[in-house]
Every structure is written in structure tokens, then in C-alpha cells.
Design a protein around this ligand. Structure first.
Ligand SMILES: O=C(O)C(=O)Cc1ccccc1
Length: 302
């Protein structure tokens, strides 16, 4: 049975996401970098980590490691709705809560609720939502902002459930493997890249995006992160519809490789939402094939 490491301990949102990929032996690991290190070291077959949240944005520990450390490729994604339970030791009332602990992304998603309902509480960052529950159970903090499943693992009381400042918040998770396991195209795929474009050249970002637009490729996400140590220089993370096995996507990536300082492929994998990644008219593999056949003939002087 395959072994999947997830950002734990038990009872995180990431555990739920990891379990959505099917049956496996699941191994809880305390931080995102340690999950990715376990995959790189071959201690597990795959690792599941959060990558972005619809309210708070990128999970930078994931993005930085995928772009900078030994390559790993995404082979799947999961998108989970995120609503929280507020857990305390039994008997603790809202007015007694002086510290409310959680992962920074979770604290950011209940800021207004906490201000209104736990007026005496100071927020404290922990490595994960479940580690906050562990530390509340140990008496270190008064309340944890946790995934609803956490109450099954720790003997805590639900002070409130279904808590979220934004009702529709979701988090996207990636399943990552060492290179060599490219999933087959499904027609509903996403490709992720990290690109360092030419620095200080007018239009270089526009040129990069044009390579995608010209081939009818739908960009679903673009984010920049600073290149550490080089102030004013950035790496762009791109998510686009389509699979690297498709002509238009392969062609676009080859063009980015020619025109950029660095392109790192981060994976082509099935999308978790219902949308398709169909090529638009005149950009299907059949269109590319027909054009290549025409060119070959012309070049032969026919
Ligand atoms: O700490 C967790 O439970 C995680 O899996 C990370 C996280 C934190 C907040 C919202 C979604 C995921």
C-alpha cells in the first residue's frame, strides 16, 4: 500500500485532503517543509500539503520549497471548503478565553468572529490547526481554531462550530511525488509552473503571458514571490488549464523556456473542480498536427 505523508498532526484539514486521494497508509508530519523532505528522501511515496486559500492566499512554505528545493511534481489536487470548530477544554467559557491558537491561515479566516465572540482573546500562531488543539489539551492555550474532525482526536469541547468569516472559503491542496509519475491527461487538467522572467526588460511579463494567450491557454492563477536576496526580482507562479502532453501547452512551455531565465515545471494533474481544460477552436492537438503536416510538406518542396 502506498504511503502518503500529510501536514499533521492528526485532525488537520490536510489530513482530510490526503484521505480524499484514496486508500493509503497515512503518516502525519509536523510541518510543510518536513512533509516535502520526507517525499524527497523516499520515506513516503507522496506528500499532501496546502498550497493556497481563497481568503488568505498562498501557503508560502509550500510555494518556496516547490520552486527552490529538489524538484517534486504535483500529481493531484483537492479543494476543501474550510469552516472551523472552536475547541476548548471542557468547562471553559468564551469570556475565560485569553489565548486563541491556530495556523496563521485559520486565524486570518476567523478574525471578525474572534473579535466579536472571544473579546478577551489574543491570537497565537501554531504550526497547524491540529497542533493548536494538542496544545489546548495540554493546557498551554485556552482555545483552538480547528478543523471539525479534530474533536474526534482530542478530548476537547466544541465552544462553537461552523465558524468562518467568509462562508465560501476553500483551501486547495496538492499531492506531490518525486519526478517520474506524470499523470495521464484527462481533459480536465491543470499545469503548474514557477518562472523567473528576464529582469529589467520592458514587456517581459507581457511577453510571457502572450505565449499562453496566443495558444488559447487559460491562466487560472498568477502570483509572484520575491527571489530571496535579490530585492526587486520575482518568481512568478502560474497555473494554467491543460496538460503538458497537449501540443499547445508543450509549445507554450518550450517558448517560456526560450524566453525566461528559469522555468520550473511543477506538474500536470487532474483538476479538483468540475471545469474542463479543453483546447479552444484552432488550438487542439489535431489542429497542431495538421499544421505540422502542412509545414513538413511545404519544407519538402511539395
Ligand atoms: O492546519 C491545518 O489544519 C491545515 O491543514 C492547514 C490549513 C489551515 C487553515 C485552513 C486550511 C488549511
Amino acid at each position: 500500500m502506498s504511503r502518503i505523508a500529510y501536514f499533521g498532526p492528526r485532525g488537520t484539514f490536510t489530513e482530510q485532503a490526503a484521505r480524499s486521494f484514496g486508500d493509503a497508509e497515512f503518516v502525519a508530519v509536523d510541518t510543510v517543509p518536513l512533509v516535502l523532505a520526507a517525499v524527497r528522501a523516499g520515506e513516503v511515496d507522496a506528500g499532501c500539503v496546502p498550497v493556497e486559500n481563497s481568503v488568505e492566499g498562498a501557503v508560502t512554505a509550500t510555494m518556496d520549497s516547490l520552486a527552490e528545493d529538489e524538484p517534486l511534481y504535483a500529481v493531484g489536487e483537492a479543494i476543501l471548503p474550510v469552516r472551523f470548530s472552536i475547541l476548548t477544554r471542557p468547562g471553559v467559557k468564551a469570556e475565560d478565553v485569553k489565548t486563541v491558537a491556530s495556523h496563521p491561515h485559520a486565524l486570518a479566516q476567523v478574525r471578525y468572529w474572534v473579535a466579536e465572540n472571544l473579546p478577551n482573546a489574543v491570537p497565537v500562531a501554531t504550526t497547524s490547526t491540529a497542533s493548536a488543539a494538542v496544545r489546548v489539551n495540554e493546557g498551554e492555550f485556552d482555545a483552538a481554531v480547528s478543523a471539525p474532525v479534530a474533536v474526534m482526536h482530542y478530548p476537547l469541547h466544541e465552544l462553537a462550530t461552523d465558524v468562518a468569516d467568509v462562508d465560501t472559503a476553500v483551501t486547495r491542496f496538492l499531492l506531490l511525488r518525486r519526478p517520474g509519475h506524470l499523470p495521464q491527461p484527462t481533459g480536465r487538467d491543470r499545469t503548474s509552473l514557477a518562472v523567473i522572467i528576464a529582469h529589467d526588460e520592458p514587456g517581459s511579463l507581457a511577453n510571457t503571458l502572450s505565449e499562453l494567450a496566443l495558444r488559447g491557454i487559460n491562466l487560472t492563477r498568477i502570483e509572484s514571490r520575491p527571489l530571496r536576496g535579490q530585492f526587486g526580482e520575482y518568481r512568478f507562479y502560474l497555473d494554467l488549464d491543460g496538460h503538458i502532453a497537449e501540443q499547445r501547452v508543450g509549445d507554450a512551455l518550450a517558448a517560456l523556456h526560450r524566453n525566461s531565465r528559469q522555468v520550473r515545471f511543477l506538474g500536470s494533474y487532474p483538476k479538483a473542480d468540475e471545469s474542463t481544460s479543453d483546447a479552444p477552436a484552432r488550438a487542439t492537438d489535431a489542429d497542431y498536427q495538421a499544421a505540422a503536416e502542412w509545414l513538413a510538406k511545404v519544407r519538402e518542396g511539395l
